[in-house]
Design a protein around this ligand. Structure first.
Ligand SMILES: [Zn+2]
Length: 154
């Protein structure tokens, strides 16, 4: 009887140890899921950095942070997202290279549009090329550097 129990335990331990190899052969998904986990992690980081840029743009629009800090930080965030995007592209089989910088700006813009309620409703200047919000006195867009010609209320 005790031999039977010992035999059962040995079998269970054996199956436990061999499980990754057995299921790995049966379901190759096991290896993909590790990739997917990394992908999810990268996506979360990307999202986080993207939101940071949107927040940063907002801080800059209301002149909450010094200009040079804004540019340094923004550049750092953009670089970080670029790297994350590249790794994500490498993970997805496609590998087609998109204009990462343009993609980032578009996504930031989407976030900023949803943030508009928090932006000052004063007579700020809206950039015609990137719709960034600038102070009424500014002649150039603080986000993209374009010349601000038309004055529109926010
Ligand atoms: Zn602009």
């Amino acid at each position: 009887m005790s031999f039977f129990i010992i035999g059962l335990i040995v079998l269970m331990v054996f199956l436990f140890v061999m499980e990754p190899f057995i299921s790995g052969r049966k379901f190759p998904n096991r290896f993909i899921s590790k990739k997917q986990l990394r992908e999810k992690d990268l996506q979360t980081k990307r999202e986080h950095n993207m939101q940071s840029i949107a927040d940063l743009d907002l801080d800059n629009a209301i002149e909450k942070i010094p200009k040079e800090d804004y540019f340094t930080l923004r550049k750092a965030y953009v670089t970080r997202i670029e790297n994350i995007t590249r790794e994500l592209e490498g993970l997805s089989k496609g590998g087609r290279s998109v204009d990462v910088k343009k993609q980032i700006e578009n996504e930031v813009l989407v976030r900023r549009k949803s943030q508009k309620t928090a932006a000052p409703k004063s007579n700020g200047r809206v950039c015609s090329s990137c719709s960034g919000v600038n102070s009424p006195e500014s002649n150039f867009c603080s986000t993209c550097g374009a010349k601000l010609t038309i004055q529109k209320p926010v």
